[in-house]
Ligand binder design. Structure first.
Ligand code: UTP
Length: 294
């Protein structure tokens, strides 16, 4: 019997320098894809996978994320008084239950591995999920739910992967696979961060969704800084791989790296096109943009 995945960590302590000056006062995770902040998509994905408790690892200037997941009394009272039932329902649907979120501060942005380590006491001795909140995934079934379904068969540690063109592997963390588990899942034998061109062990990049066993925290506790002078999660996962099983899942869906400008703009178009009214206006606009007749 595998222990259930009940908790998820969302590290939101990064500086978001690629989106300055927008991110000087507004956290990157609160920038919007159509009408929802990026972080809302990620929280919705976690909840659709059955996650009961979300731990946000925050930093300075991130208190607005806490406000976003709280009740907004004045606003909701006003909406009630004005009979705006639909808007109220929307707010209710997206709000986590009281007591189902925790916020802890990373204090200094020492790297993703360090941010995850900051959640150790709240997670305790159980397997947990990590969702990088600047990556949003458009899929029929929540990507994390697909991972949890695999985890229920395999246990161990699971990493979501996605194909990238071979000439772009040097920009990502890439996995090396051994035996197949099923059509979409395989055992991972190694991971390489940003392999030099022509040396990547596969064309499968690590997408920003992980299910990990709690032993990762001991490894993170003892870890030195790695690439970029930061405490890297990958370094501790590689150590954990010596003792524990890691599997990859090629999930159904597509990721958007909203921490990068092309990913952010693409996500706005992709999610915008889901709304028929918006699509009707967007299509002629995009056609004109491509033809250079704006
Ligand atoms: P990024 O590498 O995208 O860094 O972090 P960043 O600071 O957010 O953005 P840029 O590169 O300056 O534009 C990947 C994820 O890890 C989190 C970030 O919040 C993001 O979700 N992170 C990174 C932390 O929580 N703490 C850190 O020390 C570093």
């Amino acid at each position: 019997m595998t222990k259930p995945i009940r908790k998820a960590v969302l590290p939101v302590a990064g500086l978001g320098t690629r989106f300055l000056p927008a991110t000087k006062a507004v956290p990157k995770e609160m920038l919007t894809i159509v009408e929802r902040p990026i972080i809302q998509y990620v929280v919705d994905e976690a909840r659709a996978a059955g996650i009961e408790h979300i731990v946000f690892v925050t930093g300075r200037n991130k208190h607005v994320i806490e406000d976003h997941f709280d009740m907004a009394y004045e606003l909701e009272d006003t909406l009630k008084a004005r009979n705006k039932a639909e808007a109220l329902k929307l707010l209710e649907e997206h709000r986590p239950q009281p007591g189902s979120t925790s916020f802890t501060r990373q204090q200094a942005p020492l790297g993703l591995g360090h941010a995850i380590w900051c959640a150790r006491d709240i997670i305790g001795d159980e397997p947990f999920a990590i969702l990088l909140p600047d990556v949003i995934i458009k899929s029929k079934v929540s990507c994390l739910k697909q991972m949890v379904d695999l985890y229920q068969q395999t246990g161990g540690n699971i990493i979501a992967v996605e194909e990238v063109p071979e000439d772009q592997t040097q920009n990502y963390g890439i996995v090396e696979l051994s035996e197949k588990i099923n059509d979409n899942a395989s055992r991972i034998s190694n991971m390489v961060e940003k392999p030099a061109p022509g040396t990547a062990p596969s064309n499968l990049m690590i997408t920003g969704r992980y299910l990990l066993q709690p032993e990762i925290f001991d490894l993170l506790s003892n870890q030195d800084t790695g690439a970029g002078g930061e405490i890297q999660l990958t370094d501790s996962m590689l150590k954990l791989m010596r003792d524990q099983h890691f599997a990859s899942i090629k999930f159904e869906g597509r990721s958007y790296d909203c921490g990068s400008k092309p990913g952010f703009l693409s996500a706005n178009i992709a999610f915008g096109m889901d709304d028929p009214n918006l699509a009707e206006e967007l299509i002629p606009f995009m056609r004109a943009a491509i033809e250079g007749s704006l």
